[in-house]
Design a protein around this ligand. Sequence first.
Ligand code: DAH
Length: 348
Amino acid sequence: MQSKIESLKKDTLTALEKAKTEDEVRELEIKYLGRKGPFSDLMRGLKDLSDEEKRTVGKLANMVKKELELAVQQKYAALETAAMDEIVETEWLDVTVPGKKPQMGHRHLISKFIDDLEVIFGRMGFSVAEGPDIETEHFNFDQLNMPDDHPARDMQDTFWLKNLDKSVLRTQTSPVQIRYMEAHNPPLRIISMGKTFRKDSDATHSPMFHQCEGLMVGENISIANLKGVMTAFLQQVFEDDSIKTRFRTSYFPFVEPGLEVDCTCPICHGEGRLPDHSPCRLCKQCGWLEIGGAGMVHPKVLENVGYDPQKFTGFAFGMGLDRMVMIKYRVNHLRLLFENDLRFIEQF
Ligand code: DAH
């Protein structure tokens, strides 16, 4: 009997030794020490023994059982400690390691430039008007004094829409003038900026480009006002008070007289040469840059929108935004503005 108890003890301890998980320990606990296990059998067998044996064997059996129960508890504890050690080993966290910076985007250079223009013109009392990118022939040409036999239409190589009769991708922001004047009465001061489209694509032209249109209509508005607004604008946008403007006569059907607006080159300050006497490449040494078209709103256009040209006069201007961005931020290829290469975009 004693040797049976001893070997049972040995078996249980060896099995316990090998157990690797709590579940395995639980199984062994039931198998060896449970009600249906060998130990319980043994205890039940005690009743057939003599009183003398009952005492000694019973005592030994109880002792061994207690010993094994303790071993089971210790095994549970050991497994738990091992599990904790493993967690500490594998799941530690160094809270002093600097975090990963999330990649933050920002608005495109052109969008930011548009915001800047809104602020500059806003200070001069101009509000922002908008129009659709898909325009009708009526707004893009007819109302601007460009009927369909007008040669000036050829100057703007137009994308006509196949499935939308008499519709175009707007070739200029000028139709917004018409839309705004039809909906409002003078006096008014607006700018309108956005995408414009022409079938033009080479190193210095992109089929999609951006324009800024300006319009001021009221009583007694003259070219002097146009010159004041343009000069103040150009000095602010290029952050250079020394910038001067120059107006040359030109032709646009919706203004009379039509003008070409130039400003002194912001790189060489009108000198044509840089401080080290090397030739200025931006203005090709002439000291002036062409910035846009302008003029006094044609009386016909005022009539088209129902204004009295005897009472109201106004000026308008239209400028290419992309070129201004290129000049201001020294961008040497137009394509860079539209390729969306992050290496370029992230610089601004
Ligand atoms: N819309 C003209 C163009 O795209 C530019 C322009 C010229 C706009 C004269 C004007 C203006 O408002 O008065 O070529």
